[in-house]
Design a protein around this ligand. Sequence first.
Ligand code: C2E
Ligand code: MG
Ligand code: MG
Length: 605
Amino acid sequence: MNGSEKNGENCLLYESILNCEGAPAEKVKRALQIISSVFSHAVEGIVVTDPEGTIKLVNPAFTVITGYEPEEAVGENPRILKSDRQPAEFYRKFWESLKTEGKWEGEIWNRRKNGEVYPEWLSCTAVYDENGNVTDYISVFNDLSEVRFKDAQIEMQSNYDQLTGLSSRSVFYGRVRDELSRLKQTGGRLAILVLDINRFKIINDSLGHPAGDAVLQEVGKRLAGHLGSREKISRIGGDDFHILLSDVKTVEEVASRAEKLIHILDEPVNAGGNRLFLSASLGAAIFPEDGNKAETLLKKADLAMHKAKEYGISSLRFYTEELSDMVSSRLTLENSLRRGLENKEFSLVYQPKFSLAKRRVEGFEALLRWKTPERLVSPWEFIPVAEEIGLILPLGEWVFLEVCRQIAAWRDEGFLPGEVAVNLSAKQLHHSDLLPMIRKALDEYSVDASLVGVEITESGLMENIAGSVEILSGLKELGMKVYVDDFGTGYSSLNYLKRLPIDVLKIDKSFIDGVYADRSDAAITRAIIGLGKALGMEIIAEGVESAEQLDFLLINGCDGIQGYLLSPPVSPSETLTFRKNEISRFFLNLLQRREYATERGAASE
Ligand code: C2E
Ligand code: MG
Ligand code: MG
């Protein structure tokens, strides 16, 4: 065997065989067969183009990857694969490299025939003839989408909990640390909560692990739905969820958000064909109060959660004892408010309003009372909580229905009450259902709208002026009287006040308290009376308790009064004397004394 024969036998590469002088035709043929087989069986896509870029040849892997059959691709330009993911600058560099260096290699996004965009690793090489002119370009490419998918899966496995899709412990810790360092710069609070599903073990033991898994997935989904973009939630093994609340302003805010998280379990969870009623225990630790390291805060939140477990169903504990006590009494109040509405623990009392000009009771204000099995709770305490948790809406609806029912009963008794005003909180006023709700209550008892009024606080009105104008106009159209309650305590813009269809201003009790002892209270009260009259509104003084206050109001031309001097709020049956306009001798004497003094004053002038 001579040297050239040996050489020819081993030169299986296309290029080598071409250069292998004297290689027998048979061997050349065999080599070409092998190369052709490599071309056909390669998993890489291969494209050969002429120097102008027109496709001359593609291999089967090209068709598998791109979706184009050879007859669709040959004669076309590789532009058919263009994805528009690369800018023009990219292609300029691509061609520059091919022309100057004869090759280009890198990642590129192309588009399959079905429109799908995919990443590929592309090697493009120029082939030259003996004179150095390009005869072909050969491109070999790998589809990277599968690899990418696997990478993403691996990332997903290390960053996310397989069962719930929530962040992994390391991602969660990372976010807590990031947020802590941010808040140390900017100031602010952060809370770490640990939530544990009560009696979860029983679900697993009695209904099996698939049911337990379904519960965890559903709880994770509901919790995640309550978080903002900077916040994170993670399942740290078993049924413990760790939650990061960021940028919280006050401890109360943490409590109210944590409570919402507890209430995500109010709705039963479907698991393995069972509807399960669940509850959770929540522990909370707050930065900076309870520590400034992620590990410390998590440990304390966990301890607090174990304390919460001792308290039983759906409870929340803070790591710090005082915070816990403060929040738990509020939570108790919230829970008993919900229960109170179901158990009909609410009632209404009525405080008469007296017109000084007409010397008669013109109507009443309905005031809500809540008697729990343990105590009488003041509206000052429960109304703000009811507003915050949204319970004011069903509660307010109950008040309207009850007032209408009461007016109808009094009408049947033969002594109508004048008009009864109902207090509305800002939340009720700006709720889209207000007018339909009122209409429904009036219709249900066939009560004329002129017999019912609404009292809205000044701050409630100013919260959303445009909305207030629209709603008050709707109330006026119905024929109801509109009062501004606690006037003087908010920040009314006179300009807006003029635009609002208001009938009566009620001067807040805090000014009436001081009309005799405090010059500025007296001045403010006079000013409000003057302002109201100038705007064509009626003026009522709230909380009138003494004869001196009554004197002051009579002298200064106030239209009406309300207060303990005439009567405290009374039960429905006790309103009868007022409905009959039977005013106490004591009160009438006070009025007469003032009239007598005025007459004497006029006579001596
Ligand atoms: P408000 O509407 O300004 O009601 C006047 C409050 O002052 C009532 O307290 C009334 O009992 C009390 N008051 C009346 N005259 C005197 C007086 O001469 N001296 C003293 N010291 N107090 C007097 P109440 O009933 O505790 O209500 C407190 C607040 O709770 C009300 O203030 C009102 O803002 C709110 N509220 C009461 N009932 C309802 C309701 O049904 N719905 C809504 N949204 N809020 C209500
Ligand atoms: Mg009121
Ligand atoms: Mg008031």
